[in-house]
Design a protein around this ligand. Structure first.
Ligand code: N2P
Length: 386
């Protein structure tokens, strides 16, 4: 992974003048953001008045007003430190930022009737699920003219051709983060996550389809299988694995890899690279039995209180420099073609962040399985209970 400007990025100084890790910085910024949001900080930052700014470059001649606040619910560890502050400064909107770490959590939250989020960031197959359930509302692309900056393939994604409901945020792969010093016999195989030698040092993501994908790949089956027998076999394999696990986690494994507490983690590419920034021994591999690729996209839930402002935010994210800054910080690939010129060369030229076509061709996308999703939900509940 990238080494250049490592010192500069890792040794950010905190308010007390002491050295603080970049991860510590992300966490503190996140916590402060929530506190400020909760304490009605808004009035102090100029949000008390209705602003009449409209989306830059929009040709629709809209006169809609920006709201004072914007509620953004995103994955953890998935944004640059200045993405939100810069938006707040420029548009005079206070962003209330909250995090989740699985599509399952996000879906459950929306299904339980949580309203109030203006922007969420579901994964490709989950967009299809949410559209099927009528949970999303169509975008007014007149407010998002910067959508033209995206690569064509992200303008025509099968889950939402034409970006009628979603604007891609970041994309990546799912593989294994490992500690090359502690696991000298590492092989790029899912079998590593079942190696008894590493009992107590292995973690798995908390995401139904992702977890089953690992076992299905290991068995030589498709992660999109609808065959109850194959899903049952995968469940048995995952039950066997349970005693070897430190735990299931989708948000603490970055720190655990970085601090040598976990040695083998089922994880998302950029998360592992974030750990590698702090611990040189941490590496990432895409297992040869097969692995997933995915893209997460911004969407507006039905009932969102600030739809127009959400679209202005999406347009801002589609600015090449803003999009590039996110990728430069979280080490996931950007769906924004125009961002390439602003990407750190170490990011753009890293074949683990932007895999070459021959690697991409071997990766699999999760498919939305309609009512057969229930087979996975049931098997996962049984796995958790076992
Ligand atoms: C970022 C998680 C990436 C989301 N921490 C995987 N879909």
């Amino acid at each position: 992974m990238k080494k250049i400007d490592k010192e500069l990025r890792v040794l950010l100084l905190d308010g007390l003048g002491g050295p603080m890790s970049r991860r510590g910085f992300i966490k503190r910024v996140g916590a402060a953001g929530l506190l400020l949001g909760a304490s009605g900080f808004l009035a102090a930052c100029g949000g008390g008045k209705e602003t009449t700014t409209t989306a830059g470059g929009g040709s629709g001649g809209t006169t809609e007003s920006l709201s004072k606040e914007l509620y953004f619910y995103n994955w953890s560890d998935y944004i640059a430190e200045d993405t939100i502050p810069n938006f707040e400064k420029r548009f005079g909107v206070k962003v209330i930022y909250d995090n989740y770490s699985s599509n399952d959590t996000l879906l459950a939250k929306l299904q339980s009737g949580a309203t109030g989020y203006d922007i969420i960031v579901p994964t490709d197959y989950m967009v299809t699920t949410m559209l099927g359930l009528g949970l999303l509302q169509p975008l007014n692309l007149d407010n998002i003219p910067n959508v033209v900056n995206l690569y064509q393939r992200f303008r025509e994604a099968p889950f939402d051709p034409g970006n009628k409901y979603t604007i891609p945020w970041q994309w990546g792969t799912t593989g294994i983060g490992y500690n090359s010093a502690k696991v000298p016999d590492f092989k790029p195989s899912w079998d590593m996550l079942w190696d008894e030698k590493y009992k107590g040092r292995i973690t798995m993501l908390t995401e139904i389809r992702d977890v089953f994908a690992v076992a299905l790949f290991k068995l030589g089956y498709s992660p999109n299988t609808r065959d109850p027998k194959q899903i049952e076999e995968a469940k048995q394999l995952l039950i066997q694995q349970k005693p070897l696990l430190k735990h299931y986690t989708s948000d603490t494994y970055i720190d655990e890899l970085a601090s040598n507490d976990s040695w083998l983690s089922h994880g998302w590419s950029g998360d592992v690279f974030q750990a590698a920034l702090e611990n040189d021994a941490v590496k990432y591999a895409v297992p040869t039995e097969g692995a997933l690729t995915w893209v997460d996209s911004m969407a507006i839930p039905k009932g969102a209180p600030h739809k127009y402002t959400a679209e202005v935010f999406m347009n801002y994210i589609c600015e090449p420099e803003v999009a590039a800054a996110i990728s430069n910080y979280v080490f996931y690939a950007s769906p924004n073609e125009k961002a390439e010129q602003f990407l750190d060369p170490e990011v753009l030229n890293d074949p683990q962040i932007y895999p070459p076509k021959e690697v991409m061709d071997k990766l699999t996308w999760l498919e939305e399985l309609g009512k057969d999703t229930e087979l996975y939900n049931k098997a996962y509940a049984e796995l958790k209970a076992a």
